[in-house]
Design a protein around this ligand. Structure first.
Ligand code: AMP
Length: 415
């Protein structure tokens, strides 16, 4: 594998030899200059290379992988998709579909999102009308393949979005099955904010001499996000939330809970106190999930109580605050959650509620992001049992050993 570190923006989109129709679509979308990941990745992918693109969330990765395909798309290649984009969540499939519709050079180019939780029939109807880019979640793509309603023999461009998640043990067998349906002669792209070495090694199995473009900075989270924590006893979290909301007056905020049940309960309580509240988790019917994402994107929802379902890739520009009502179990999810704010260089605020028993979890997050979170205080909410975390003896700085057997990162702590 070759590694590229940073590439400049060069002459912008105009210097990339893109078709006039695609340049016009980029103009219409108000994309006047490529973002760094676009500047680095698009020319390589246009040259036909397999590419692993690593950059922080919210930096324009979607257009980075769509533009090279949209430039070479042609409507004379016969039926069946020419490109396949796999995403870990349905919401992300819908979002990538929307981005593809926005950037497509002509309306004849048809992106079709195919994801679970929605009836087969409308998806089938869409596929029958013609599909040039299939954008799907692995389970539903496999269902279509089994029913013979989707064939991938003409696919020449494959993208694994949020690749670390796609190649993790839960999805891996499905991905492998799907890739076996695609021609060997194809171009493969992988995109992700985080790519631990084992995932990178695995990724190479599906790719041919990939170029690794790594634009992720040393700290995993965006500098423009103000990150703090507040220590609070479990039974005071709701009162604290109300105080935080009053103080911060978020434009739009996601309140992350670890479990669907907590999310539902919190939603019911918050709805009694505030307007424009919604809840989002995997037990809701897909049509409702789509509707919620739509109104959240429109800004009609201010408070979205959610599980990690919306922790990945979702792009809503108005999100000013992320509140980790519960800490995520996996420190990596912290990065994904707070990446919903501070997008494209905007400022964002991330506040984590930490119970006195969770000092260790907080430290794991800090080690993962290589940054110490400042303690934030709201009068009356200093958790008193046991000692405040900062008064505890700090742990010995030590190399970071893989948690859950996945990550191999060595980071020294600043305590
Ligand atoms: P993504 O990381 O793909 O989710 O993109 C984050 C946001 O950046 C989305 O709202 C995109 O519409 C926007 N975006 C992507 N590329 C550009 C660009 N070159 N110029 C301006 N906005 C962009």
């Amino acid at each position: 594998m070759t590694t590229a570190t940073r590439a400049g923006a060069g002459d912008g989109f105009r210097g990339m030899n893109l078709s006039a129709a695609l340049l016009a679509a980029l103009q219409r979308a108000n994309y006047h200059h490529p973002t760094p990941i676009q500047a680095a990745l698009i020319p390589e992918a246009l040259a036909g290379r397999d590419v692993i693109g690593q950059a922080q969330t919210g930096t324009g990765k979607t257009a980075a992988f769509l533009v090279p395909f949209l430039n070479t798309w042609n409507d004379e290649e016969g039926p069946g998709p020419q490109a396949l984009v796999l995403t870990p969540t349905r919401e992300l499939a819908v979002q990538v579909g929307e981005e593809a519709r926005k950037l497509r050079p002509t309306e004849r180019c048809r992106p079709v999102p195919i994801y679970g939780g929605q009836e087969f029939r409308p998806q089938l109807a869409e596929l029958k009308k013609g599909c040039h880019i299939a954008i799907g979640t692995p389970g539903r793509v496999l269902d279509h393949l089994a029913r013979g309603t989707l064939t991938l023999d003409r696919v020449r461009y494959v993208v694994l979005d949020e690749a670390d998640r796609m190649l993790d043990i839960g999805f891996r067998p499905d991905i492998e099955k799907i890739l076996r349906h695609c021609p060997r002669q194809r171009q493969t792209l992988l995109l992700s904010a985080t790519l631990p070495p084992p995932v990178l090694r695995l990724a190479e199995r599906y790719m041919t001499e990939p170029l690794h473009i790594n634009l992720s900075p040393k700290t995993a989270t965006v500098e423009s996000i103000r990150q703090t924590y507040i220590s609070v006893d479990e039974d005071k979290k709701f009162d604290l939330l109300m105080r935080v909301i009053d103080r911060e007056q978020p434009r739009q905020c996601i309140i992350f809970c670890q479990r669907k049940r907590t999310a539902n309960d919190l939603f019911c309580s918050l709805r009694r106190e505030r307007q424009r509240v919604a809840v989002m988790h995997g037990d809701l019917p897909q049509s409702l999930r789509n509707q919620i994402m739509r109104v959240f994107r429109d800004g009609r929802i201010v408070y979205l109580v959610a599980t990690d379902l919306v922790g990945r890739g979702i792009d809503v520009t108005g999100i000013s605050h992320i509140i980790n009502y519960d800490l995520p179990e996996d420190p990596e999810n912290y990065v994904h959650r707070i990446g919903r704010t501070g997008r494209m260089g905007a400022n964002g605020v991330a506040i984590a509620f930490v119970t006195p028993e969770q000092g260790k979890e907080l430290t794991q997050i800090e080690m993962f992001i290589n940054k110490q979170l400042e303690e934030d205080r709201i009068e009356g909410f200093q958790a008193c049992t046991p000692r405040s975390r900062r008064e505890q003896t700090p742990p010995e700085p030590k190399p970071y050993v893989p948690i859950f057997g996945r990550r191999v990162r060595r980071i020294s702590m600043r305590l």
